[in-house]
Design a protein around this ligand. Sequence first.
Ligand code: 5GP
Ligand code: ZN
Length: 113
Amino acid sequence: MGQEGCIFCRIVGGAIPSERVYEDDFVIGIRDISPQAPTHILILPKIHIASLSELDDPALAGQLLLAAKAIALQEGLGARGYRVATNTGEWGGQSVFHLHLHVLGGRQLKGLG
Ligand code: 5GP
Ligand code: ZN
């Protein structure tokens, strides 16, 4: 299932293993393989969407954002705070072209660079 050759479609389908911390009907949450903070989770839609620029379903947009909040609270980040980000396109620093939100927390985060 999913887009051929897309690493995150293969993670959604289970062909590539991941540490799954969250799942609902629309999205999954996995630990980033190269964490940039003590907590670093990626939230992926189950369907292939290349980036935020290709996202046009407002319900799915809401599901992604609310999953980010739910995972942040589940990971114990609610009190101190956390960051939700999505890198979009080449200049946005996107390296995997299957839409995902980053949830980062567990340390003081500095400005966006
Ligand atoms: P981007 O640079 O596109 O915003 O973020 C891609 C993220 O995916 C990076 O933080 C990278 O560490 C993570 N990543 C890449 N390949 C894998 C993988 O196979 N498994 C997991 N769990 N994370 C991955
Ligand atoms: Zn994909």
